[in-house]
Design a protein around this ligand. Structure first.
Ligand SMILES: [Zn+2]
Length: 110
C-alpha cells in the first residue's frame, strides 16, 4: 500500500490487532465505521501503517474482495435505479408538456 503523503510504495503494518474491546481503538474504529459500516458492520480489519520513507502514520482497512465486489454491485444497483427514476420522470414531463400543448386554446397557437 502506497503512502498517502509521499507515495512511497512501502508502508509497514504496525498494528493489526485493532479491536472493539480496547478503548484506545474506539476513535479509529469509529472513523473506519463511517467508511464501511453502512454496508456490513465489522467485516473488515483496521491496520495501523507507517511509511518507511517519510514515517507518515495512517490507517487502512482490509476488506474481503467478495464483500467489496458485492458492495460495489449494490451501489451500482442503487445508482441505476435512481437513473431509471429520473428517466421515467423526464418521460412523464415530456408527455405532460405535449398534453398541455394540445390543450392550449387555438388562438395561442402560432
Ligand atoms: Zn511517505
Amino acid at each position: 500500500m502506497r503512502c498517502p503523503t509521499c507515495n512511497h510504495s512501502i508502508t509497514r503494518v504496525y498494528d493489526s490487532r485493532i479491536n472493539t474491546t480496547n478503548p484506545k481503538h474506539h476513535a479509529i474504529l469509529k472513523k473506519a465505521g463511517k467508511v464501511w459500516d453502512w454496508w456490513e458492520p465489522q467485516l473488515y480489519r483496521v491496520r495501523k501503517r507507517k511509511c518507511v520513507a517519510c514515517a507518515f502514520s495512517f490507517h487502512s482497512i482490509e476488506i474481503d474482495i467478495l464483500d467489496l465486489e458485492q458492495a460495489l454491485k449494490d451501489i451500482r444497483g442503487v445508482s441505476d435505479a435512481r437513473l431509471k427514476t429520473l428517466q421515467d420522470l423526464e418521460q412523464d414531463n415530456l408527455e405532460l408538456r405535449q398534453l398541455l400543448a394540445r390543450c392550449q386554446p387555438s388562438d395561442s397557437k402560432r
